[in-house]
Structures are given as C-alpha cells and as structure tokens.
Design a protein around this ligand. Sequence first.
Ligand SMILES: Nc1ncnc2c1ncn2[C@@H]1O[C@H](COP(=O)(O)OP(=O)(O)OP(=O)(O)O)[C@@H](O)[C@H]1O
Length: 305
Amino acid sequence: MALIEAERLEKRYPGTDFTAVAGIGFQVERGEAFGFLGPNGAGKSSTMRMLACVSQPSGGSLRILGENPVTHGRALRARLGVVPQDDALDLQLTVRENLIVYGLYFGLSLKHMRAKSTELLEFAQLADKAGERVEHLSGGMRRRLTIARSLVNDPEILLLDEPTTGLDPQARHILWDRLFRLKSVGVTLILTTHYMDEAEQLCDRLVIMDKGLIADEGTPRELIDRHVTREVLELRFPPGEQEQAAEKLGGDVEILPDRLLCYADDGDAVLARATELGLRPLTALVRRATLEDVFLRLTGRSLTD
Ligand SMILES: Nc1ncnc2c1ncn2[C@@H]1O[C@H](COP(=O)(O)OP(=O)(O)OP(=O)(O)O)[C@@H](O)[C@H]1O
C-alpha cells in the first residue's frame, strides 16, 4: 500500500473563487524521496499543507498512512515531521531550547527531550551551537535546526516545503547531505522545490506542478527522456537576429527572449551545422537536458520566470 494516496485532490480558499489545487492525483511509496517541482503559485504549498493535515481538502480524496486526514488529523500529525517554508523558530531561545520546547509541545518528557536534543543536534551538525541563541545562526543553520525540530517525534514521513530556498550553494549541499541520510534510514521524504537541480539531485520521483495541476510525473530521468532530447545547444545572437537564425537552422528550436534552445541528441553536430550555414552566434553552449527544459516544454514557460 502506498503511504500517501491522493485522487482528484482540490484546494480552494474561502472567499476566493480561485482554485489553488485543481484536482491532482499521486501516490508516494514508503522510503522514497518524492518531489513537487513547480514555479511560485503552482499550488505546491497548498498541497503540502493538506499532506501535513493542517488544511482540509476542498474536494477529492486523500489517504495518509491509510487514514483520512480529516478524521484522523491529530493521530497522523504525531507520525509526520513538517519543515515549513518559514522556519518559525524562537529567536530568543537557544538552539537546544528550541528543540526541547518543541518536544514538550509534542507531549514528550523533559528527560526524553534532553537526550533526544543531543542526538538531533549531532545529526544537524549543530552540537557546537547548542547554547547559542537562534538569532545568531546563519540561514543554513536555522534550516538544519528546523529539520532537527521536525524529527523530535521520529516521523515516518518528513514534509519539506522549499527546504533550501534562500540558502547559498554550500549550505544547500550540507542540507541535501542530511536529507540523504534521513532517506538512507528509511524516512520517506516529500518536498517541494522550484530548483530543478534540487529536484534532480534529491527526488527519486517527482510531479511537475503548474497552475494547480500536475503536468507530468516520473523519475527525473524518465521526464527528461520523455520530453527532451539528450542535449541542448544554447545559442545567443545579437539583438534582432535570433528569429532569423532559428528559421535558418530549422529543427527543434525554442526561441527564448535572450537565446535559442536547440534540442538534439548531438548538440555539437547542430553547432557544426549552424557554422556551415554561416550563423555567427555570440555564444554557444552544449549542455545535457535538465528538468528546466522539461518544464519549459510542458508549460511554454521557464521555471524561474
Ligand atoms: N491561505 C490562502 N488564502 C488564499 N489564497 C491562498 C492561500 N494560500 C495560497 N493561496 C493562493 O493559492 C495559490 C497557490 O499557492 P501555493 O502557496 O500553494 O503555491 P506554491 O506553488 O507553493 O508557491 P510558493 O512557492 O510561492 O509557495 C497562490 O495563487 C496563492 O496566492
């Protein structure tokens, strides 16, 4: 049985006729890292709040660990870990105190939380910051503390809403490493992101969300193979020249405001043809296809627009 099963899941907010989640279906299996990739406003957080049992679906069906979150929300919340977009830590308390207070709020004993906080601080690589007030921590450390906090109840499923937004590359890599560790001990990870590299690195399987709907679903490799060629040749031309160049070049070409994307299994061959045709791009880059290309193909827009 899948850990999470959603069918025609919907979310509308009272007082609006806008549908944030417009009938989506997906399943999450135990032990996998499952992602929702999409731009701002796609409905990822709305979906996550329903999975976290803090927001009721407006339609469709949702089962988490075999239970209905509307009738068993409280029992389910005790088995989930939630890392919200906003860290919501108590800045005036120390790192360890934040963990202890959160554990007490979960109904765990002080004695238990003293020991548990040590274990969690080690996991989050924050042991040397235990007595430091949170206001003095970097963004990456705060995120790690928020993850540590979400683990006080040893959750089976960890929900992470944009875990690395706003972090620098090094802080992101440290965080990814911690998430890999959780996965290796069997925690099911569900995350949202608008970073295609994060989706590619972390997710075993993902859905691409746009405007409240799922555009497609699969492993990163499957999605790339299904929608894009193996390589992409990016060409930049002086202003006003790229439409003509695209026409001359022919083939499978996407015209973006600042560059052409030529889809091909052999990007160098297309570049050679462009040169033969007398095209003189300002820059040329052959790269492998990514989920960003998949998103562009599926929606006609860039993830980062
Ligand atoms: N509490 C709310 N009341 C009304 N509208 C909301 C509420 N929460 C979200 N929305 C709207 O629902 C849509 C989807 O938002 P949601 O936060 O789920 O998207 P998202 O993909 O997570 O984007 P982001 O990355 O910006 O969080 C947005 O248009 C948003 O304005």
